[in-house]
Design a protein around this ligand. Structure first.
Ligand SMILES: Nc1ncnc2c1ncn2[C@@H]1O[C@H](COP(=O)(O)OP(=O)(O)OP(=O)(O)O)[C@@H](O)[C@H]1O
Length: 755
């Protein structure tokens, strides 16, 4: 089997890292200015053409040639991509700068997603732009909850005709912010059924913005919006732009108007700016990304940006690449690229017709196991699908046959109710004005409902800062003991009360009865444990002895996290029947927490880039184990595997029946299929079930339709594929090659009748 020289593979000490690059890659890496930072550079990189590799080499090359790593800003699509880039840069530097160990250790201090970097800059500059540096960040669900609260307060939830739901309101708001288009235009283009509500929506959005400001919370969109507005002030723009000599952006095709505006404001003449992307892989227009950013980049500068195009694909075999090229060639508009591969293979990608979902699952698992028998690890294989629900049947089959798997892009860890509960407690302690978090946290207590929660929050917000006197809040008598315990916890986490005092208060208040109802061992929260916990845990905890010594001044991260967990675990048996399983997730969260330096960093990073993997019933395999990858097409972006199977390549799934309203949406679906196909190195199966179960029905419901192959693979492209049916038809029905030919001829005759 062909093994492409990997940038991760060891390289000889005498060679230069540049030797491993092709001429176009080298041109992109070495692009430089005569003096000072180089003129703007656009790298148009086809799928598998080494975009990530080239960007990593460029960063390393800049550092090797004197750029200060602390003055390089690297913006990636995910934190995983940023980490990967950092590793590659260090490897390349280690080779290039063998005699200069300082350089080889270079740390990129400013590397991450737009949202993460935005959050950091906003905290740094908070004082200058009238923002509280302790702001909390709402994820999409929190934002929808707040939108709902505001919608309710504005009397819009009781309108005679049905006003748009909270999720729709948030989607409209987000589209307006990210596309910078007027509300009327966004409604007309994407939400025509809501157009009649324009005035009410405007009122709602104003109230939503005011609520966020009063509560000192920012949502995802605000991180970009505030950043864009901050750098739009010429003095601040120049100052913040001046922090960086080089700004490099990966996956530029998936950036939106705001992101482009941020870059232009920080680097108006484009000097030091490098953007890399592939218009054919633009798949986030539904979140406001615009492929125009990449198409219009060169002309945004005078003289125009230098453009380098990478056309050699190192990933896929020639037949796979040719099939993918044929699919994208039918796209309406794109930069022309002539992607080619040197990797010969006799094996064309396959289109596999199966009867239904069940056969699809069996076929895929058979194939996965057969390839594993041949020596291909599970990790080198992936199954991709358009929507997370499409893999349900496959997950059952994998579980039944004991094949470990990890799923990306499904239900996010953070969306699980119990994880949101713990985070709400921490967030509320961090920012008492954050109503959404407070509302959720307070109602975790037995006997406390929305009314009490609302009253407490009103009092907390009205009280001068630091004088909320939580313990004295009016709660129902039956809930008082639990409330005092909770208030002590929050005060302690918020650093409002020395730990010993809060522990004592809690101990004094807690009734033994309320604790005896909960299971023994670690799930019971005994507030008297606050104090010992602060001195260090007897066994197995995240608190070390050295840490324990410095705890006299108050709980430190992640000890306060552990306090919150212990309190929460004691509530869990009452809140969830399946609490035993959910406790495992809390422990997983604790492991993530232990890697963060502070509560604020933990909350910020987790909100901005949550772990996206959830495991199926097979259980989360240990990381050093072998496991199959299941992923939505969106989450497969930037990845590659030796063998890829794509599920449900039928109309209704790809293109998805929820994304066929206009040609722009359909084009995006086409690019999505292209992204999925170009993830494969050696083997690619596109599976076409003839009977396809319709979405939006309960569990394993039986409603189905007879589906057709995806419109993105019309008959004229079939020559690029091998076609097979599975299971193979019985021998008597197969016919000889000659008789199959006759059938084709007959079909042609039928068509000719109408010529
Ligand atoms: N000059 C090169 N020589 C050999 N292999 C290379 C070279 N450049 C990149 N590769 C290999 O090509 C593959 C694709 O590289 P990379 O992941 O950087 O591509 P990409 O452009 O980011 O892909 P995509 O946009 O499709 O996600 C990787 O396996 C990489 O090791």
């Amino acid at each position: 089997m062909y093994a492409p020289p990997s940038p991760e593979s060891p390289v000889s000490a005498t060679s230069s890292p540049l030797d491993a690059l092709n001429p176009a890659q080298r041109e992109a890496v070495c692009h430089a200015g005569a003096s000072g930072p180089a003129a703007p550079l656009l790298v148009i990189a086809g799928a598998g053409s080494g975009k990530t590799n080239t960007l990593a080499h460029r960063v390393a090359h800049l550092i090797e040639n004197g750029a200060d790593p602390a003055r390089i800003l690297l913006l990636t699509f995910s934190r995983r991509a940023a980490d990967e880039m950092g590793r590659r840069v260090r490897r390349i530097l280690a080779q290039a700068c063998a005699g200069r160990p300082g350089l080889a250790q270079a740390e990129l201090r400013w590397s991450g997603t737009f949202h993460a970097i935005g959050a950091r800059l906003l905290r740094d500059y908070a004082g200058r732009i009238g923002l509280d540096p302790g702001f909390t960040i709402h994820d999409r669900e929190d934002s929808a909850d707040l939108m709902n609260l505001v919608r309710h307060e504005a009397g819009l939830s009781t309108t005679r005709q049905r006003f748009p739901q909270k999720g729709t309101c948030l989607a409209i708001y987000s589209a307006v912010v990210n596309t910078r288009a007027p509300l009327a235009e966004v409604l007309q283009a994407s939400f025509p059924w809501c157009a009649e509500w324009e005035d009410e929506l405007k009122r709602l959005f104003r109230a939503y913005v005011e609520a966020k400001q009063a509560q000192q919370v920012l949502d995802y969109d605000d991180l970009l919006l505030y950043w864009a507005q901050m750098v739009a002030e010429p003095a601040l723009g120049a100052e913040i732009g001046g922090l960086f000599d080089h700004v490099l952006v990966d996956e530029y095709q998936d950036t939106n108007h705001l992101q482009a505006a941020i870059l232009m404001a920080m680097k108006p003449d484009g000097r030091g700016l490098t953007v890399v992307g592939d218009d054919a892989q633009s798949i986030y227009a539904f979140r406001g990304a615009t492929v125009r950013n990449i198409l219009d980049f060169p002309a945004a500068f005078d003289p125009p940006a230098h453009v380098v195009t990478l056309e050699q694909n190192y990933r896929s075999t020639r037949p796979i690449l040719e099939a993918a090229n044929a699919v994208i060639a039918l796209a309406a508009e794109r930069f022309t690229k002539n992607l080619w591969s040197e990797r010969e293979s006799a094996q064309r990608p396959r289109i596999v017709a199966v009867k239904d979902d069940a056969d699809q699952a069996t076929f895929v698992v058979d194939g996965v196991l057969a390839r594993r028998e041949e020596g291909l690890k599970l990790k080198q294989q992936a199954v991709l699908f358009r929507a997370s629900a499409h893999s349900a049947r496959l997950e059952m089959e994998l579980t039944r046959r004991n094949v470990p798997f990890v799923k990306f892009g499904g239900l996010k860890f953070l969306e699980a109710a119990h994880i949101k509960d713990v985070l709400a407690v921490l967030r509320w302690a961090e920012n008492p004005r954050d109503r959404v978090s407070g509302f959720r946290a307070i109602q975790l207590l037995a006997g406390v409902g929305p009314k009490t929660a609302g009253r407490v929050l009103d009092n907390v917000c009205a009280a001068p800062e630091g004088c909320a006197l939580l313990a004295e809040q009016p709660v129902p008598e039956a809930a008082r003991a639990g409330w005092l315990e909770f208030a002590a916890l929050i005060d302690c986490l918020a650093g409002r009360m020395p730990p010993s005092e809060s522990a004592a208060a809690a101990v004094g208040a807690a009734r033994a009865a309320s604790l005896s109802a909960t299971p023994p061992d670690h799930t019971a929260f005994d507030p008297s444990r606050l104090a010992p916990l602060l001195r260090g845990r007897p066994e197995g905890g995240v608190v070390g002895a050295a840490q324990a010594a410095s705890l006299a001044a108050g709980p430190q991260w992640p000890v306060d996290f552990e306090l919150a967990c212990r309190w929460y675990e004691a509530q869990m048996p009452r809140l969830y029947d399946d609490f035993a399983v959910r406790v495992l997730d809390i422990q997983q969260l604790a492991r993530i927490a232990a890697t963060s330096p502070s509560r604020q960093r933990f909350l910020t990073e987790l909100t901005l880039d949550p772990p996206s993997a959830t495991s199926g019933e097979a259980g989360m395999p240990l990381l050093d184990e072998d496991y199959l990858i299941l992923s939505t097409m969106h989450s497969a972006k930037g990845q590659e595997w030796n063998a890829v199977s794509v599920l449900n390549v039928v109309d209704g799934c790809i293109p998805s029946d929820v994304a066929t309203r206009n040609s722009a949406e359909i084009e995006e679906e086409r690019r999505l299929l292209y992204v999925a196909m170009t993830r494969a190195r050696d083997s690619l199966d596109l599976i076409v079930p003839q009977r396809f179960y319709v979405t939006q029905q309960a569990g394993m419901g039986d409603r189905h339709v007879y589906a057709g192959r995806s419109r993105f693979i019309p008959n004229r492209l079939l020559g690029h594929f091998e076609q097979l049916s599975w299971p193979p038809p019985p021998p008597q029905l197969q016919g000889s090659p000659a008789s199959r030919q006759a059938a084709v001829d007959l079909a042609a005759k039928m068509r000719d009748m109408w010529r």
